[in-house]
Design a protein around this ligand. Structure first.
Ligand SMILES: [Zn+2]
Length: 461
């Protein structure tokens, strides 16, 4: 008996769509066969009907914070990975914070790997951290790389987490030299701390606690300044840099110039920067507080143009959850609210539906959630596409299904979401991880095996 057949779907394979059946055996895509060929359904343990649906490679989210171990009360790998599966995501890369302790040495990394393996419902990779405290410790950085990490993450502004110190401008160069030497990609949260402090101190002196004050404290110029400085250092060090959650089109344009000049730099944009704007933040408040903050409508429109021009490499959710009280504490004083948006379950599908409403072809969008991520992080021989021999990580999505997001169908630990406000016109029908259908028609189905740790695939020679 073979593991699975998906029939009647429109299947994404090698950049195009085909009406085809996907045959899965032993966790891998065995064959993609055209509808006319006879197939005996009784030879399959499971058959999924994907009528009126796209069959896509499982989404790969290179930017999540599941906060596990140490802050499971904020999310945890169990609930986070199930919510991811319900959103069509089959692989996540978890950041070195806000699990506690932060992943800044090999011992903590190994501990986290053990902890996560039995809890995750989907494949995962782990990022290692470079901070002010470990940037000089070459042995630990090397140890983490050898134990298997997606890459290193560093902050150029305060991270909000005590044991994950930002690195200074001088330390950034040191971090780049070390990452380059270890053939590791360096992911940067790029906002200029000096500028943020300059604006914030003035706002605090004026006793500002309103939402607009938060926007004023982290203007697009603070992001552009940090990215400009980092790119100059990329020129000197030739390191591979991945800029996470870039929020302003000017930053992306600059990064693209470096890309065109042959530097190995990439851009991640999060769904919330494309789906919401600063007016939404002013209206909704803490639920939409994130750093960098949401931008003006004009900038959001320009950001879509960056996607159109192919200047955005990857869409990642930057799922950064917390208990609702940590949001509501900021209702009257925005500085008190946790900064982070819950995007793991709904970010990608709302991105897809909005982009398609704007006239993007689905062929152009799928790579941003799949093959581009796989290529950037060394997984493209097994993931990011549907081809014979690839891991059978699949997402079945209907693009014409009306429904609404509410607490009962939100599977993050804390079932609130800014996406509740939006009208859903697309729906994830089923999610397949290594051939196991783990989510189908709003139900979770127990996994038969532990998912893979894909951290070690990333690296550059
Ligand atoms: Zn993040």
């Amino acid at each position: 008996m073979k593991q699975l057949m998906i029939k009647n779907g429109t299947v994404y394979t090698d950049g195009t769509f085909k009406r085809a059946r996907v045959i899965v055996h032993k966790g891998l895509v065995e064959q993609i066969i055209l509808p006319k060929t006879e197939v005996d359904e009784s030879n399959f343990l499971k058959v999924v009907d994907a009528s009126d649906s796209y069959v896509l490679p499982g989404f790969i989210d290179s930017h999540v914070h599941f906060n596990d171990p140490g802050r499971e009360e904020w999310e945890g790998f169990y609930s986070g990975s199930r919510a991811a599966a319900a959103g069509g995501t089959t692989t996540v890369f978890d950041m070195p914070l806000n699990s506690s302790p932060s992943v800044t040495n090999t011992h903590i990394l190994e501990m986290k790997k053990k902890h996560v393996s039995s809890r995750s419902w989907i494949h995962y990779g782990l990022w290692g951290g470079i901070t002010a405290a470990n940037v000089g410790d070459e042995e630990e950085l090397k140890g983490m790389k050898e134990a298997g990490i997606v890459g290193f993450k560093a902050f150029l502004s305060d991270s909000g987490i005590g044991d994950f110190e930002k690195i200074s401008k001088d330390q950034l160069k040191e971090a780049m030299i070390k990452a380059k030497k270890l053939h590791a990609i360096l992911a940067l949260h790029a906002e200029d701390q000096d500028l943020i402090e300059h604006y914030t101190s003035q706002l605090l002196m004026d006793k500002r606690t309103d939402r607009q004050a938060f926007l004023n404290s982290r203007p697009p110029s603070a992001e552009l300044a940090a990215i400009t400085d980092a790119l100059k250092k990329v020129e000197q060090t030739k390191v591979s840099v991945h800029f996470v959650h870039v929020s302003s089109p000017h930053s992306i344009e600059l990064i693209n110039q470096y890309k065109e000049n042959g530097f190995d730099v990439s851009v991640e944009v999060c769904p919330h920067y494309l789906l919401f704007d600063e007016q939404d933040f002013l209206n909704v408040g803490p639920l939409l507080k994130c750093a960098p903050p949401l931008r003006s409508r004009d900038m959001v429109e320009e950001l879509w143009k960056c996607v159109e021009r192919g200047w955005v490499d990857i869409i990642g959710t930057d799922h950064s959850p917390c208990p609702i009280q940590m949001k509501s504490e900021g209702d009257q004083n925005i500085w008190k609210a946790w900064g982070g948006i819950q995007g793991i379950q709904f970010g990608f599908q709302f991105f897809l539906q909005e982009a398609m409403k704007r006239g993007f072809s689905i062929e152009k969008l799928v790579p941003l959630l799949t093959s581009n991520v796989a290529k950037r992080f060394g997984l493209s021989e097994k993931k990011g596409d549907i081809q014979a021999g690839y891991d059978a990580d699949l997402t079945i999505v209907k693009m014409n299904r009306q429904w609404s997001v509410n607490k009962s169908n939100t599977y993050t630990r804390h079932p609130y979401s800014p996406y509740e406000k939006l009208e859903a016109t697309s729906k994830i029908m089923a999610t397949v991880v290594s051939g196991d259908v783990i989510y189908e028609n709003d139900q979770f189905i127990e996994r038969t095996k532990e998912p893979m740790d894909v951290s070690a695939f990333s690296g550059f020679s």
